[in-house]
Write a protein that binds this ligand. Sequence first.
Ligand code: TYD
Length: 250
Amino acid sequence: MAAFISFEGGEGSGKSTQASVLTDRLMALGIDVEFVHEPGTTELGWQVRDILKRGLHGDGDMSDHAELLLFSAARAELVLKVLQPLLSSEKPDMSHGEQSDAQPDTPIARPSIPDTIIIADRYVDSTTAYQGYGRGIPLAQVEAVNALATQGIMPNLTFLLDLPPVSGLTRIGNLQLGFRLNDSVLHESATRAQEGARFEEEPLEFHERVRQGYRELAAREPGRFCVIDAAQPQERVSEIIWAELCRRFF
Ligand code: TYD
């Protein structure tokens, strides 16, 4: 049985650091961890990531709808090639999408201890927050595309690292590889260091809308989301995450 945990948050919220810390901690306990990063992880995902992070080579801007569909195309690939196979041995109650009569926010029953934990550095909530709230694409349209891309596969638990955008964006200027990373994350981070920063360069209001979007999503599904004040010291945030994970799964 596999459990699926996602990390979400705005720029500089520290979610990638925390995803990495949790991955290391679980691996040290001998638990299988599959780390996925959006967009990325699959061949298509990496190629789409390059376009999405750098923008187009010419002067032209990418349309908001094209952006939504590109993120979703990468996600569809991830779901089909990585997540579905990993979750296929899962018990039915681990997948929200397979329960047609489930309430949107039914608290998740404590499952037995997972033998594999999938840790996602961003998943579908990013699309709702960035393309829906941030870009202003009508939420019903975003949700329809999200449903197609995810095939109903949703995380069992989502950590939202909540931080005022001003703080996060300030952090990014100084934030480099000052924390311990496992090899796969180190590789991804090195790759990311060479990438463009299309979203980071958006105006502050964009990031405020993204934050608001995340908070509304979390309020809508308190059973799935664990919202953490990301202004706290990194070690404290890690402990809150660990405590919540143990409460849910161990
Ligand atoms: P990334 O390097 O992963 O940034 P971060 O460290 O903040 O996760 O870049 C991904 C960027 O793409 C990030 O700015 C958020 C944005 N994004 C979306 O706009 N929509 C999405 O669906 C996803 C997954 C990411």
